[in-house]
Ligand binder design. Structure first.
Ligand code: PFF
Ligand code: NA
Length: 454
């Protein structure tokens, strides 16, 4: 057994099952659930899209989440090295390392726009606290959001703040930084979402919102919608972004991967559906457009807060929690690159953070400018941000997922995967899904998206 396969020293492992669940749930639950899920559901017509998305979570997402964590735990290093270690263990080409690389790169690209949007959330903490939204109309809230987007300096300021906080946490390492950052904020976010659902019920448009969210109209589905739903299933569960593989490498051997993955999947789905149940009633109550795009969350929720008693306070708390949820995901998006730099070049975490942070910052300017000075510079009708989002969620993550499925189900020995996941009915269900159902489903959706079938 080579040096790498012996396992990480204790200071490089999670303290236990609960910390891993918190960290991995922290990675999963983020802007994807509360910001992205509602707006892409709005853009793709509602119910039918949601149904495809839920099917993707169940049939493709969950088995792959288990596979990715498993690969990380057995490979025991950053994604690129883990893949190299396993390629050696199972005597296949070292080029499988590229799969680890794809994860690191995808995570990096996603983070470059993630920090910008998380910056919107942070700025809304202060705006809410100042009472700007108190009693504001839909138009006023919309105008405010428009002003924020039009100001590159503001976006740079808030985005940089997010990046700096993220790097500060990551630089402190697994035990000191990552573990402490994932704490009681998650339950808090959950409770506040429930409060907001309660408010949405009072708008008189709750049923209309539910109807939009859950009543499928399949004529609204296109090949693109299906690819977006698939991509979002990956995005929301943090699959193939390198983070789950890296977090898996810090996971002690005794923790059950299957149980934790299912917990993560349920929590993540619940938060997304709750967010939808808050946002769509508000959209209809205020005559807004469900397909209005990335601003949806930021122009609907403030209206609700503006009409509630103590709305400024609730708004402030909500955006604090959204920022924390985004932060715990951001951490998992840069951790793979940092782990790779420290393990490959033997430099300190601090230096690795500085280096990757600098590159990240420059890259994030592209997203900042997508909303103002580069708004009209498009490629295939997409801004810089649009291209990044489309490339990562639409292609890199599903492609990474496909190869993770092939590696876990076909390259790794059955004995090895049984060692990691445990025997029994659950294992067999996972085994056949990851061997046959998940890869075939991903390929079919790709073919559908490029117009070959369907
Ligand atoms: N899952 C996160 C969200 O839903 O906001 C985003 C994310 C984190 C994607 C980590 C990919 C990743 F590797
Ligand atoms: Na998510």
């Amino acid at each position: 057994v080579s040096q790498e396969l012996k396992g990480r020293p204790a200071q490089l492992q999670w303290s236990g099952r609960l910390t891993f669940i918190l960290a991995a749930t922290g990675s999963a639950v983020g802007l994807g659930n509360i910001w992205k899920f509602p707006y892409i559901t709005g853009e793709h017509g509602g119910g039918a899209f949601v149904l495809v998305y839920l099917a993707c979570i169940l049939v493709i997402g969950l088995p792959l989440l288990m596979a990715e964590v498993m690969i990380g735990r057995r490979g025991k290093q950053n994604p690129a090295n883990s893949m190299a270690n396993l390629a050696r263990e199972f005597k296949v080409s070292r080029h499988w390392r590229l799969l680890g690389w794809l994860g690191v790169v995808s995570g990096f690209l996603i983070l470059s726009f993630y920090t910008v949007v998380a910056g919107w959330a942070i700025s809304y903490i202060f705006i809410s606290a100042q009472g700007v939204f108190d009693g504001a109309s839909g138009e006023q809230v919309g105008a405010h959001f428009g002003q924020l987007l039009a100001d590159p300096w503001a976006l740079i300021f808030w985005g940089t703040l997010v990046l700096m906080i993220t790097l500060l946490v990551v630089a402190r390492g697994v035990k000191q930084g990552l573990e402490k950052a994932v704490n009681a904020m998650m339950p808090g976010l959950f409770v506040l979402l429930l409060v907001l659902v309660g408010y949405a019920m009072t708008t008189g448009y709750f049923m209309q919102g539910l109807n939009f969210l859950f009543n499928p109209d399949f004529s609204k589905l296109s090949g693109t919608s299906i690819l977006v739903a698939l991509g979002h299933a990956f995005f929301t569960l943090s699959i193939a972004g390198g983070g789950m593989m890296t977090y898996g490498s810090y996971l002690p051997q005794k923790v059950s991967i299957a149980k934790t993955a299912i917990t993560i999947g349920i929590l993540d789905t619940l938060v997304a559906l709750l967010a939808g149940m808050v946002i769509f009633p508000l959209v209809f109550a205020n005559g807004l457009e469900p397909g209005s795009g990335p601003g949806l969350l930021f122009v609907t929720l403030p209206i609700a807060f503006g009409q509630m008693p103590f709305g400024g306070l609730f708004g402030m708390i909500f955006f604090i929690m959204l920022s924390v949820a985004a932060l715990t995901s951001a951490i998992s998006l840069i951790e793979p690159a940092v782990a790779w730099m420290t393990e490959r070049y033997r430099i300190s975490r601090f230096k690795a953070c500085l280096g990757s942070g600098l590159v990240m910052w420059v890259l994030s300017l592209g997203t900042v400018f997508s909303f103002n000075i580069w708004e009209r510079h498009t490629l295939f009708g997409k801004t810089f941000f649009g291209v990044l989002d489309y490339l990562t969620s639409g292609w890199f993550l599903p492609l990474g997922g496909l190869f993770i499925a092939i590696f876990a189900g076909r390259v790794m020995s059955r004995k090895a995967t049984e060692e990691e996941l445990g025997k029994g009915l659950g294992y067999r269900l996972w085994y056949y899904t990851i061997r046959y159902v998940s890869p075939v489903a991903i390929v079919v959706m790709f073919l559908n998206a490029i117009g070959v079938i369907g």
